[in-house]
Design a binder for this molecule. Structure first.
Ligand code: AHM
Ligand code: MG
Length: 326
């Protein structure tokens, strides 16, 4: 039985990084407790507030954001945080090494129906010299992440973590410890499942339309294979499924709001999940370029996302190479 901290130390992870990950997990344990109590803790339902994206915030969005922000900013190594639920970065009092972006409770439309949600996080090093507290410090391509992961709050709470040396999973035990349960996770090569919100079909680009039509035709179509569809509406649950049994997950650009490059956010959804999937041998793309290569221009920037088994991602990219954009 290996605890998260001893696993990281054994793998020669930077001591400071170990400390920040441990601190983050203290916050996630508290979020897990709040979720478990649900209606008993009075945390279900919607608040009267909206976030910077114009979305109505769930009470638990706010509760989990406050827990994670406070715990992180109290730590000497954390310079600042940026969250889906905060308009601007929030700076600590310390000249710490690390910047952390996070989505405190992804998939929060699932809270009230008691379906899986999760916390997604990305850890970056603040560029030197550490002078002023400037939002630009956060605007680093996903390739520069020093660690990334999520905690899935499902039937069990599971941390999927990468520090750039593969992906490992840890399950939260009743003792309060995260214990290693899956080592060196790989996205299975063979795929028979896809995840996309089919209700947006009429708004997709022609390439995405024909890719999905071909999957749905199953054995009778050009892919000569039957596929199954899943949609949890919780990215953490979808990515966990990819890491466990393969497949493809996509939330592509669509023409509902043509100026938005996608629905999901680059710095606390696309990048951390992209790093996990690449570290597990899969692919993470906008359908045109690798997500981790994008140079961000804004903390809340959106991105078109397709992730999953490497071969399937290559196939999806080929559809986009050969068919004209809208
Ligand atoms: P959120 O961060 O506001 O929860 O939004 C992100 C979520 C993802 O978890 C999920 O993949 C997607 O939004 C679901 O969107 P839709 O409601 O369009 O199916
Ligand atoms: Mg989210």
């Amino acid at each position: 039985m290996q605890l998260l901290s001893s696993f990281l130390k054994h793998n020669k992870t930077d001591q400071d990084l170990v400390e920040v990950i441990e601190v983050l997990m203290i916050a996630c344990k508290e979020v897990a407790l709040q979720l478990r109590e649900g209606a008993l803790a009075g945390v279900l339902g919607t608040s009267t507030l909206t976030n910077v994206q114009g979305e109505t915030q769930k009470k638990l969005d706010i509760v989990s954001n406050d827990i994670i922000k406070k715990v992180l900013l109290d730590n000497r190594l954390v310079r600042g945080v940026a969250s889906e639920e905060e308009d601007k970065p929030v700076w600590g009092d310390h000249d710490g090494r690390y910047l952390i972006t996070f989505d405190p409770l992804d998939g929060s439309s699932n809270i009230d129906i008691n379906v899986s949600v999760g916390t997604i996080f990305s850890i970056l090093e603040a560029p030197k010299p550490w002078a002023k507290q400037d939002e630009a410090e956060f605007l680093q391509a996903g390739r520069r992440q020093v660690a990334a992961g999520y905690v899935l709050y499902g039937p069990s709470a599971v941390l999927a973590l990468t520090t750039g040396k593969g992906v490992n999973m840890f399950t939260l035990a009743h003792t309060g410890d995260f214990i290693l349960t899956e080592e060196n996770v790989k996205v299975p090569e063979e795929t028979a499942e896809f995840a996309i919100n089919m209700s947006n079909q009429r708004f997709w680009e022609p390439a995405m339309q024909s890719y999905i039509v071909d999957l749905i035709q199953g054995e009778a179509g050009p892919r000569e294979k039957n596929y199954n569809m899943r949609w949890v509406a919780s990215m953490v649950a979808e990515i966990h499924r990819l890491l466990t049994r393969g497949g493809i997950f996509t939330y592509p650009w669509d023409s509902r709001d043509p100026k938005k490059p996608g629905k999901l956010r680059l710095m606390y959804e696309g990048n951390p999940m992209g790093m996990l999937i690449e570290q597990a041998g899969g692919g993470a793309t906008t359908c045109y370029e690798e997500i981790l290569d994008i140079e961000p221009g804004d903390i809340h920037q959106r991105v078109s996302v397709a992730m999953g088994s490497k071969k399937e991602i290559e196939t999806l990219k080929a559809y986009h190479r050969t068919q004209a954009k809208n």
